[in-house]
Design a binder for this molecule. Structure first.
Ligand code: HOC
Length: 357
């Protein structure tokens, strides 16, 4: 079957993954309004293409945190890749390395950070971090990823508690016994019979985290800290004040607070608030090259994709993820040139119809 666009991978994954696994990745919180709006919001935005600009030569390269990537699409952190493909995150890491883009590995990976680093030694990786009640656990994983050459910490701040995902509750979804959250094997202290979420002890994440924990994290690492889960200008301003190096505008794929804004709708106010002092990235609802173009036109340095990567894995492992990324890059190049831009430096807000902002 020839895969033409990202939704082809979605259909394949829906057909081939177990229902519980499909439901887990597809899940949004509550009524899924925010999850669905992540996609719809992109479709409401209209472009203002320019013409007769000689787009015979084009270049999709950009930099994030000073590192060159071949196009402005990276891999967002999603959990448990071995559910979708037996090699799990190792396959994802190899695919991201082969197309020279950034992969944010999930804390809840089913391969360890060591296995992922060894599988794609030349890959550009950031690590997604949660703050645990037991700070020692967070500290240990920070030390491990630093020594393995991960290049940034992506502190995810929108999960003080896990959002209510109805099908996961109905399915009593949890990792099957042969799969483990490899980064923490044997490290979570739990009493027999203690409550679990997805097979992970339920009370490990610290809901009391606040801005002072951002400072704490900066005090124990020399890596850049990027905050994921920012949706307002007020919090973007605080992020800058706290000296972080970037923010990811994200609502966690609509899996946490339902009723919050689509990520792309929150982007402009955050870009305006930070005024170029730090890089701003966005994830949520990106399915086509023109979505990437719109996000860049609204000020994102780069976008990250989550669910489409899992669909690629379900389709053909490493090769499937590579295909997903390549299709998106091809579409992005086409949209960029059809709108009169030869490179990412020429993309700006003039491309967006103001009445649609
Ligand atoms: C025990 C807490 O990113 C998701 C994951 C977060 C899982 C938290 C699990 O499913 O959205």
């Amino acid at each position: 079957m020839a895969m033409v666009c990202l939704t082809d991978f979605e259909e394949y994954a829906k057909e081939h993954l177990s229902k519980a696994t499909w439901d887990y990745y597809a899940a949004g919180a509550d009524d899924c309004c925010t999850r669905d709006d992540n996609l719809l919001a992109f479709k409401r935005i209209r472009l203002r293409p320019r013409i007769l600009r000689d787009v015979s030569v084009s270049d999709t390269r950009t930099t994030v945190q000073g590192m060159e990537i071949s196009f402005p699409v990276g891999v967002a952190p999603t959990a448990f890749h071995c559910l979708a493909w037996h090699e799990g995150e190792v396959a994802t890491a190899r695919a991201a390395e082969s197309v020279n883009t950034c992969y944010i590995t999930s804390t809840y990976s089913t391969c360890s950070v060591e296995e992922i680093a060894a599988a794609a030694p030349g890959g550009y990786r950031w690590f997604q971090l949660y703050v645990y009640r037991d700070r020692k656990l967070s500290e240990l994983i920070v030390q491990r990823v630093e020594s393995l050459g991960y290049k940034a910490l992506v502190l995810t701040v929108d999960v003080p508690y896990t959002g209510k995902r109805r099908n996961d509750i109905r399915n009593q979804f949890k990792l099957p016994p042969h799969l483990k959250v490899k980064n923490f094997e044997g490290m979570f202290q739990q009493e027999t019979g203690a409550p679990e979420e997805y097979g992970i002890p339920a009370n490990t994440l610290d809901p009391s985290i606040s801005w002072k924990d951002v400072s704490w994290l900066q005090s124990i690492t020399r890596l850049p800290v990027i905050i994921k889960g920012i949706l307002t200008k007020e919090d973007a301003e605080l992020a800058v004040e706290h000296g972080v190096q970037g923010v990811i505008v994200s609502n966690h794929g609509g899996r946490q607070l339902d009723g919050g804004p689509a990520s792309i709708d929150a982007l402009s106010e955050i870009v305006d608030a930070v005024q170029g002092r730090i890089e701003v990235y966005v994830d949520g609802g990106i399915r086509t090259g023109s979505d990437v173009l719109k996000a860049l036109a609204l000020g994102a340095r780069c976008v990250f994709i989550g669910r489409p990567v899992v669909w690629g894995l379900a389709y053909k492992g490493e090769e499937g993820v590579r295909e997903v990324l390549q299709i998106l890059n091809d579409e992005f190049r086409l949209s960029m040139t059809l709108s009169g831009c030869r490179n990412v430096g020429e993309i700006n807000r003039n491309l967006i119809q103001v009445s649609k902002l």
